[in-house]
Every structure is written in C-alpha cells, then in structure tokens.
Design a protein around this ligand. Sequence first.
Ligand code: AHR
Length: 312
Amino acid sequence: CATILAACTFGTASAADLTIGFSQIGSESGWRAAETTLTKQEAEKRGIDLKFADAQQKQENQIKALRSFIAQGVDAILIAPVVATGWDEVLTEAKDAEIPVILLDRTVDSKDDLYLTAVTSDLVHEGSVAGKWLVDATAGKACNVVELQGTTGSSPAIDRKKGFEEALKGNDNLKIIRSQTGDFTRTKGKEVMESFLKAEDGGKNICALYAHNDDMAVGAIQAIKEAGLKPGTDILVVSIDAVPDIFQAMAAGEANATVELTPNMAGPALDALDAFLKDGKAPPKWIQTESKLYTQADDPAKVYEEKKGLGY
Ligand code: AHR
C-alpha cells in the first residue's frame, strides 16, 4: 500500500500495512499534548504504523520531517502546521509524490489542491464566541481588555484575534488596551500578563483578559493572583481550548469561560483518508470541528472530571 493509486484496504485488518507520517508542532500546551496522545491512539487502534516527528515549534523542522516522510514513501502525511505561510514548495513535493497530506487543527495559506483536507475548527468563530461572551458579561460597562495572542503567524493567532475584534465591534465600552504574543505557553502567558499588570497600575486598569488558549490563561491567572487581584472577579478571564486545568480554575471561580476545541482531530482525519483510499472519493476540503462555549453555568467541576481521561 505504497501510493494513493494503490488499492489500499484501509480501516480493515490490512490497515496494518499503512505507514503514516505525523509532523507535530511540539508540546506547547496541554491541548497539544492531548492531540499527540489521541493521534497515536487512533493510529494504534487502526493498526497504522505512525511515524512521529516533533518539530519543537520550528517550521524548518516540519519541512525536514515532511521531506523525510516523502523519501520514505509513506502512504499519507498528517501535519499540524506551526505557521500559515511558507508551505507551497514542500506540499508540491508531496503532491508530486502522490502522497495525500491532511492538515490538523491549523490552516495554511497555500492553494487547497496541495492538500487532501484540513480538519480544523472555525478559528475566527472561536474568537467571536469568546468576544460575544465578554460583550454579554460586561453588559455595556466600561472595560479595558488585555489580549494574549498565540504563536505569531499561526492561523489560530490570526483568526482568533480577528473573530474577537469583530465581536467587539460597535461595543464602545470594550477596549483592547494591550495585545501581545504569549506563544500558547503557560510560562509566556504568565510572563506577559505580569508585564501587562505592571504597565496598567498593578492591574487596576484591566477589567478582562482574553487569551488565545487556556494554557496562557492559566499562567496569567497565576500572575493576577500574585499581583494581589482576584482572577475571575477583578479581572474576567475568557480563553479557548477547554482543557481540564481551565475547568479547575473555573470551579475555583478564577476563570469565567472557555471555547472548546477537540483534541481528536486524527479521528475524522483518518476516517476521511480511509474513505479516500478505499473509494478514491475526495473528502471536502474542510472538515469542521465544533466550538462549544463553556461558562460557570456548566458545572466546571463535573466537566473537569469528564475531561480528565480524554487524552489529557
Ligand atoms: O492550533 C490549536 C492551538 O494550538 C490550541 O488552541 C493551542 O492550545 C495549541 O497550542
């Protein structure tokens, strides 16, 4: 089962013949670690030989990994692209080698004939769900917002910012007074929040935090507490991912809302690949995952218990 032209019987006992390369970004967040775990589990369940490459946040490492997968003649490639631009050349090489590529959780700026499908959420919508929550929560009250952005140049950082700003439009009570990258990590989230707090009168001038992921929010919550303020009350906290740790913070009243992103992107991706290799039927270019809002009304302590085992 060497190329997409071969008669692969995927999803059956002979799926054991498939070799798939997975180029993962790294392990910057709890969500990312869960995606890695679930991708490995999905592959194992289906008898796939998964070749895993950790890019440690570097696009050049991902490009190298893809070239190595191509040279090895893998049957397909999964990639979570760290940034949105700069993929045309290597994706063309995969296409020329007739190796289908599936994007996981982040999008690229390349033409969509260079990959089979992208399994992602609507990243702009996620930002807008978070923004709408804040519009409702503040109900017209003046509120200075600080924003922790994801990795610069990544599609979630670009789109979550856009969606949030769109949701705030026309609500003049809400002002984004500071916005900086925290690289999707807990450590950076804390560090940048500390600088925001310092610059804004020890935090007295800040009414809400919007973080592009939960890990940065968790880091920022720590910074807020160390500054002598109450996260979730003095400073509202809304973020994205819905990882177990944010539900613990919500249960303690230290965070207010999160937008869920499923870490199981590999399930739908491998199902689509299965159908493609069996019948030659191309999947839609976008397989969209859900974006559900969780608030204090959702019993965060219970959700924490439910989430814990699911790859986290
Ligand atoms: O691309 C998805 C984002 O990447 C997740 O929201 C974040 O936690 C991760 O690092």
